[in-house]
Design a protein around this ligand. Structure first.
Ligand code: HAM
Length: 418
C-alpha cells in the first residue's frame, strides 16, 4: 500500500472546529483597522527573492536560512513571502501609493519561513499587519500601539506585556555595534558558535540570544539607549509621554533589537508568558529608510504584524468561540421535502445568526433526534405526515427546558424570533 499523503511539516490544516477563533480575531482586527483609517491591501504570496534580500537584510536568520526560494520555469529566483512589510513597500512604490501622501495599509494572510517547527512556530503561519507611510512623528507610533492594545481589550486578552525600545538612526547603530563588539571581544571564548558568527555578521542579534550564559555576559554590556542620537531620543521621549498620558503600561527593554534589519527608532513587541518560548504575539516598529532603499522617494514608515496562530491559541485558552443557533428540519416523509425546503429557505433568508440545515439521513425519530443531539443541534423542526396535512410544524428544543410546541407553518419564523 502506498504511504498516506501528509501535509508538509510546519504547515497546518485549520479545521472548521478551529476557524471560529480565527474569524473572531480577523473580524475584530479588521473593524479596528478600518476605524483607525487603514485600507486593506492584498498582495501576491510570491515575490522576487531580491526584494527580501534587500529589505530584511542579507545577514538575518530569515534571509540566511529560512526562505522558501526556488527558480521558476524562466529561471527567475522567487521566494514565498516570509513577511508582509517588504511586499507592501514594493507595491506602494510600484502603484504610486506613497508619493506625497499619507498611506495607511493593512493586510492579512499566510507567510512562510523554514524554521524549526514547535508550539507557536510554524513554517506556514499567518499575520495581520498594518503599515503607515508618510508620518515621521511619534504620535502615529503611539496610535499603532494603542490600536493593538484596544484589540487585546476587545478580544478579552489580558496579561500581555508591551516592550519598547529605540534603535536611533543608522549612525547611532553603527557606533553602538562597534562598542558592543569591543565589549564582547573580551568574552569571545565564552560565546556559543551562533553568537561568534553573529559577532562578525550581525552583532546586535546577540542581544536576542536565548543562551542563558550569553545573556549573563550581556548584563554589563553597553546600552543602545546611551548611543542614540538626540532627535531619536526626543522622538522616544515623546512616544513614552503619549503612552503615559493614555495610561498604557510598557517596559523599556534596551535589548529589544528585532530580527529584521530595516528598523530605526521605535521598535516594540507584545509578549505573553502563556505560550512558552514563542511568546511574542505582535511586533513592529519604524523603518524610515526602507522605501528609499527599495527605490522609492524618501518616505518615513512605521508598522506592525501580529501572529495569528499565537493569538488564536490565547483565544482558545480563554473561551469557546460564539456559535450560531443551530436549527434542523426533520421529516420521515419524502412528500414533505418541498415544504421543508421552502421553510428552510425562508429561515435562511429571514433569521439572522442561525445555522439552518435539513436532515437528509435515514432512521426513525429517535435515531434522528440522537444524531441531532450529537451534532450540536439546538432546535429541531419536525414535519411528519400529520404536520404536512395540518400545515403545522412541531418545534422541539434539544437544550434547555422549553416545552415542545406545535405552530402553524406560516407563523414559524415569527415563533422562532419571539
Ligand atoms: P516578525 O517579528 O518577524 O516581524 O513577525 C511578527 C509576528 O509574526 C511575530 O511576533 C509572531 O507573532 C509571528 N510569527 C513570526 N514568525 C512566526 C512563525 N514561524 N510561526 C508563527 N508565528 C510567527 C515582521 O514580520 C515584521 N514584518 C513586522 C512589521 C510590520 N514591522 C513593521 N511592520
Amino acid at each position: 500500500m502506498s504511504e498516506k499523503l501528509q501535509a508538509i511539516r510546519g504547515m497546518n490544516d485549520i479545521l472548521p472546529s478551529q476557524t471560529g477563533h480565527w474569524q473572531q480575531l480577523e473580524a475584530t482586527a479588521q473593524r479596528l483597522l478600518h476605524g483607525y483609517g487603514f485600507g486593506e491591501i492584498r498582495l501576491p504570496l510570491l515575490e522576487k527573492t531580491e526584494l527580501f534580500a534587500r529589505s530584511i537584510g542579507a545577514s538575518t536568520d530569515i534571509v540566511e536560512k529560512e526562505m522558501y526560494t526556488f527558480n521558476d520555469r524562466n529561471g527567475d529566483s522567487l521566494t514565498l513571502r516570509p513577511e508582509g512589510t517588504a511586499s507592501v513597500v514594493r507595491a506602494g512604490i510600484q502603484q504610486g501609493l506613497l508619493h506625497n501622501s499619507i498611506s495607511k495599509l493593512w493586510y492579512c494572510g499566510p507567510m512562510f519561513r523554514h524554521e524549526r517547527p514547535q508550539k507557536g512556530r510554524y513554517r506556514q503561519f499567518h499575520q495581520i499587519g498594518a503599515e503607515c507611510f508618510g508620518l515621521p512623528g511619534p504620535a502615529i507610533d503611539a496610535e499603532l500601539i494603542l490600536l493593538t492594545a484596544q484589540l487585546w481589550q476587545e478580544l478579552g486578552l489580558q496579561g500581555l506585556e508591551l516592550q519598547i525600545n529605540s534603535l536611533g538612526d543608522r549612525q547611532s547603530r553603527i557606533t553602538y555595534k562597534a562598542a558592543l563588539v569591543e565589549y564582547l571581544q573580551d568574552y569571545r571564548d565564552q560565546l556559543d558558535a551562533d553568537s561568534l558568527r553573529r559577532l562578525e555578521t550581525n552583532p546586535l542579534r546577540i542581544l536576542d540570544s536565548k543562551n542563558q550564559a550569553t545573556q549573563a555576559l550581556l548584563i554589563n554590556a553597553p546600552s543602545l539607549l546611551d548611543f542614540i542620537d538626540t532627535e531619536s531620543k526626543q522622538h522616544f521621549e515623546t512616544l513614552k509621554a503619549l503612552l503615559d498620558q493614555q495610561n498604557l503600561d510598557y517596559k523599556v527593554n534596551d535589548r529589544l533589537v528585532r530580527g529584521l534589519d530595516y528598523y530605526n527608532r521605535t521598535v516594540f513587541e507584545w509578549i505573553t508568558t502563556e505560550l512558552g518560548a514563542q511568546g511574542t504575539v505582535c511586533a513592529g516598529g519604524r523603518y524610515d529608510g526602507l522605501v528609499e532603499q527599495l527605490g522609492g522617494k524618501p518616505t518615513t514608515a512605521v508598522g506592525f504584524a501580529m501572529g495569528e496562530e499565537r493569538l488564536v491559541e490565547l483565544l482558545h485558552q480563554l473561551n469557546e468561540p460564539a456559535k450560531p443557533k443551530h436549527l434542523q428540519f426533520i421529516s420521515f416523509d419524502e412528500q414533505a421535502l418541498p415544504t421543508i425546503l421552502n421553510l428552510a429557505q425562508q429561515c435562511r433568508h429571514q433569521l439572522s445568526g442561525y445555522r439552518v440545515e435539513i436532515d437528509y439521513q435515514g432512521g426513525n425519530l429517535g435515531k434522528k433526534l440522537t444524531r441531532a443531539n450529537k451534532t450540536g443541534v439546538d432546535i429541531v423542526v419536525i414535519i411528519g405526515s400529520d404536520e404536512l396535512a395540518a400545515e403545522t410544524a412541531t418545534v422541539k428544543y434539544l437544550r434547555g427546558q422549553q416545552p415542545q410546541q406545535s405552530v402553524s407553518q406560516n407563523q414559524l419564523i415569527e415563533f422562532l424570533t419571539t
